[in-house]
Design a protein around this ligand. Structure first.
Ligand code: IYR
Length: 226
């Protein structure tokens, strides 16, 4: 038996003739998004980040379990502790030989290294945790479904929302990132997923001159006649 009664879906009032123009405009807008590593320390109101998190949490999720926790860090001392722990791990990756050669070679053109000053400079760090399983009222385990897909989609919406409101971010995945569970006091059912520094770009911020794959490189179509 369905637990939720149904209600009418409220469609958005868009004219159908304009769908292609809207799609093109949306692509052109999204194409301006870049992962930025040079942040300004200019403050961003907490409420703006909270609304962006609410937008992210509109993501679809397996069995509507919404298996995500967004941990907001604006405290300078905790940001510093996160930076120190992340740099400790990344130094072992980059300089201690923990990254396999093929991985180091793949990253070399992007110019990333073990130093992560953005973790202290960006006004906010948003650390997204996946809930591997849920905890019921009496602490009993509840199965979650498609956790990586669900949290991945929520992160995608978060990134798109930040772009839309004029903020920048970076999908930072310090590896291994178990230190975040401890440092941020998260329960045992949660695992760190992605760490997003969020803020305005620094004046003169630079980004790698990369190109995106063209449509014919990413689309395949199957027709019954072919
Ligand atoms: N986590 C490391 C390494 C890294 C990995 C990938 I894949 C990137 O696209 C960029 C960096 C770091 O954050 O430096």
């Amino acid at each position: 038996m369905a637990e939720f009664p149904t209600i009418p879906y409220t469609p958005l009032d868009f004219d159908h003739d304009g769908v292609t123009d809207r799609a093109r405009a949306e692509f052109e807008f999204m194409d301006l998004r870049r992962s930025v590593r040079d942040f300004s320390s200019e403050p961003v109101p907490r409420e703006a980040i909270e609304h962006a998190i609410r937008a992210a949490s509109t993501a679809p999720s397996g069995a509507h379990r919404q298996p995500w926790t967004f941990v907001l860090v604006g405290d300078q001392d905790i940001k510093r502790q996160i930076r120190e722990a992340a740099e400790h791990e990344e130094r072992i990756n980059y300089e201690g030989g923990r990254l396999p050669a093929h991985w180091r070679e793949a990253l070399a053109p992007l110019g990333t290294d073990w130093e992560k000053p953005f973790l202290e400079i960006a006004p906010w760090l948003v650390v997204v945790f996946e809930q591997r399983y849920g905890l019921g009222r009496n602490g009993e385990r509840q199965h979650n479904y498609y956790v990586k897909e669900s949290v991945g989609i929520a992160c995608g919406l978060f990134i798109a929302t930040l772009h839309r409101i004029g903020l920048v971010t970076l999908t930072h995945t310090p590896s291994p990132m178990a230190f975040l569970t401890k440092l941020l006091g998260r329960p045992e059912n949660e695992r760190p997923f992605i760490l997003f520094p969020v803020g305005y770009p620094a004046q003169g911020a630079q980004v790698p001159d990369i190109r995106r794959k063209q449509l014919d490189e990413i689309v395949a179509e199957v027709n019954s006649e072919s």
